[in-house]
Design a protein around this ligand. Structure first.
Ligand SMILES: Nc1nc2c(ncn2[C@@H]2O[C@H](COP(=O)(O)OP(=O)(O)OP(=O)(O)O)[C@@H](O)[C@H]2O)c(=O)[nH]1
Length: 416
């Protein structure tokens, strides 16, 4: 598990704030209180530390020796002091600490938590630096590393586009105006946007100081999310990158939300339409059938009428868990709406598919929903289509006809 290393002789203040963050992320917090403990900790176990929060004036190291030690171990570090000091700030930024903040109740704590969250997420993504100068690329890569962000490098348009196509973990590209080859940085942004929309990939243009400001504007017009003027201080760079990445995260979260049914946490019909396209395409290429099942809870209206809507909701969640436990991770399990579900399976013979659905019907029939003294015998009916068509709608419609027959024949059964 990832770890935050808190280096503090009075860890309580920051700890309570960081604890709040843990609701969203899974990491543990290790605390050391003196320089000697820090030395000992770092020799033993620093592998999973993704960020260190350091009290500058630490017992046994009043001159900031702990900063050097953490940077030696390449751990992104935020330094805190009780009072703001311009002198300390200059020393720290010079040493490549990526942030220096004041440790007072509520001061900058929100910003701290944003930073911690960002550094945590940076571990899963990469930046791409596109610049004609190798020494500048290396310098920039070093700054990003202190922010917990690994990077790839390119000096020209062709390599940039290739890297973007082969590295799906690249989430932000920093492009200088002057790059090697015939194409300028601004034109490269336009090429990138043909394949990678601004909702998927962040692009930051870099313009040298003193250039016509129109060039920075051109970056934005061609699709960059933002631009930054060289030479820039690291703080400015980190904040701009953070803004772009947070915007992308928000879009991604919204996209996921839009495809998840809030009650059961299963995928919804919208996800079915999008994700089934990939399954159909692969099945058509492999000339292999899909199993598309419509699953409907029997007499569900009676459950609501007898036990109330809340119990009805709980039964829907219960059935969803049974569905999840009966299928593979790669299978598409969807709440179609109301008390109707749909499952799309690939790579299965008809016999195997029948076996899986029959077993599930018997499992639901024999289990009974039980909660808070309420016991309900639940059954489901299933209509199954086994084969392949060009679109999910036709397959669902055929499965639905079979479901109608299953209901008509007495429910609690599979019809194909
Ligand atoms: N609790 C709850 N009920 C829902 C939800 N969505 C739909 N329903 C109810 O599901 C019931 C479906 O009833 P019907 O379509 O008549 O079907 P049924 O009673 O299951 O009967 P058969 O399908 O013919 O076996 C209705 O009472 C809806 O109000 C939901 O999200 N929560």
């Amino acid at each position: 598990m990832k770890k935050i290393l808190l280096i503090e002789d009075n860890p309580q203040l920051l700890k309570s704030k960081i604890e709040e963050l843990r609701k969203n992320f899974s990491y543990s917090i290790d605390t050391v209180e003196t320089f000697a403990q820090l030395q000992d900790y770092l020799t033993k176990n620093n592998e999973n530390v993704f960020i260190a929060l350091l009290d500058y004036f630490l017992d046994g190291a009043m001159e900031g020796q702990s900063v050097d030690l953490l940077l030696e171990h390449k751990i992104p570090t935020i330094v805190y002091t009780q009072e703001y000091s311009t002198e300390i700030r200059e020393v720290l930024l010079d040493k490549c600490v990526f942030e220096y903040l004041i440790k007072k109740p509520n001061t900058d704590l929100l910003y701290s938590t944003r930073l911690i969250e960002r550094v945590y997420k940076n571990d899963f993504i990469k930046a791409l630096i596109v610049d004609g100068s190798e020494s500048f690329r290396n310098k920039l890569a070093g700054s990003l590393q202190q922010f917990g962000l690994a990077s790839l490098q390119s000096s020209d348009a062709k390599t940039t586009l290739e890297l973007l196509k082969t590295h799906s973990d690249i989430q932000v590209v920093l492009i200088d105006l002057d790059i090697s080859g015939d194409i300028q940085g601004v034109e490269l942004v336009e090429d990138i946007r043909e394949h990678f929309p601004s909702t998927m990939l962040g692009v930051l243009g870099m313009t040298p100081h003193g250039y016509n400001s129109q060039l920075s504007i051109e970056f934005l017009k061609k699709g960059a999310n933002d631009f930054i003027t060289k030479p820039f201080v690291k703080e400015q760079l980190n904040l701009r990158i953070m803004q772009v990445l947070e915007m992308l995260d928000t879009i991604q979260e919204k996209n996921i939300e839009a495809t998840i049914d809030p009650l059961t946490q299963l995928k919804n019909r919208r996800a079915l339409e999008v994700e089934s396209k990939v399954l159909i395409q692969s099945a058509l290429i492999a000339n292999s059938p899909l199993s598309v099942a419509m699953i409907d809870i029997d007499h569900f209206k009676a459950v609501n009428d007898t036990f109330g809507h809340d119990v009805g909701d709980d039964v829907l969640k219960w059935i969803s868990e049974i569905l999840k436990s009966n299928f593979r991770k790669k299978d598409l399990i969807v709440r179609n709406g109301g008390e109707e579900f749909c499952v799309v399976l690939d790579d299965l013979s008809l016999e195997k598919a029948i076996d899986i659905f029959e077993k599930m019907i018997r499992q639901i029939e024999s289990k009974s929903y039980e909660n808070d003294g309420v016991i309900i015998n639940v059954t489901v009916s299933i209509g199954l289509f086994h084969g392949i068509k060009n679109d999910i709608k036709s397959m669902l419609s055929l499965a639905d006809k079979k479901l109608y027959l299953a209901k008509k024949n007495g429910r609690n059964q599979l019809v194909l």
